[in-house]
Design a protein around this ligand. Structure first.
Ligand code: HEC
Length: 164
């Protein structure tokens, strides 16, 4: 029972040190901007976050592909995504033609709208970062624009399914 008692001391000391370090990390008078401390490990995600991604989009109801929306999405994709993504080849980021097969539509939109948090916290996107080395930036903050890009990607996948 001696061993048990001896082990308890360093464990308590360590917890105290961590607690003090966490409390001491706040230095409100160094600058005007607030930068939230980055957690050492990402907090666990819910099952819904794992599947639909982390962000504002949940439980989309998708209708048949809307050609006008595809057109809008293609224009936005060309301007804001094509510097890093091609449909069929790896580039700075992964090829995206099959992304709507591999991911839920909510996941795609949340990646577009909330890439920074997805890169930080979603285990599969963190895994991709380890492969691609570039954290995807947020290029789109407008939900309708993200929705249009999703429609373009749905169309790109549909064409592959028809052609293949
Ligand atoms: C600066 C380069 C860059 C830009 C611009 C960019 N991405 Fe990405 N994207 C990446 C990288 C790299 C990844 C892989 C994850 C990572 O490393 O952040 C990625 C991942 C993704 C994923 C996840 C793919 C999967 O298999 O789950 C989607 C979806 C995506 N990007 C869509 C887009 C869309 C749509 C745009 C335009 C609005 C865009 N990206 C703009 C670099 C970029």
């Amino acid at each position: 029972m001696h061993i048990h008692a001896l082990r308890a001391v360093p464990a308590t000391a360590l917890l105290t040190a961590v607690f003090l370090a966490a409390c001491g990390g706040e230095s409100p008078d160094t600058s005007g901007e607030s930068s939230p401390a980055t957690p050492a490990a990402p907090a666990e995600l819910t099952a819904v976050e794992l599947e639909q991604g982390i962000g504002p989009v949940r439980d989309l109801q998708l209708a048949a592909i809307d050609p006008a929306l595809v057109g809008e999405g293609e224009a936005a994709f060309t301007t804001k995504c094509s510097a890093c993504h091609k449909l069929d080849e790896r580039y700075v980021g992964p090829p995206l033609r099959d992304v709507t097969d591999r991911r839920r539509p909510e996941f795609v939109m949340n990646m577009i709208l909330n890439a920074a948090e997805m890169v930080e916290r979603h285990p599969e996107i963190r895994g991709m970062l380890a492969d691609y080395f570039t954290p995807m930036p947020v290029q789109v903050t407008d939900r309708d624009e993200a929705r249009a890009i999703l429609e373009y990607l749905r169309q790109a996948q549909a064409e592959a399914n028809q052609g293949g």
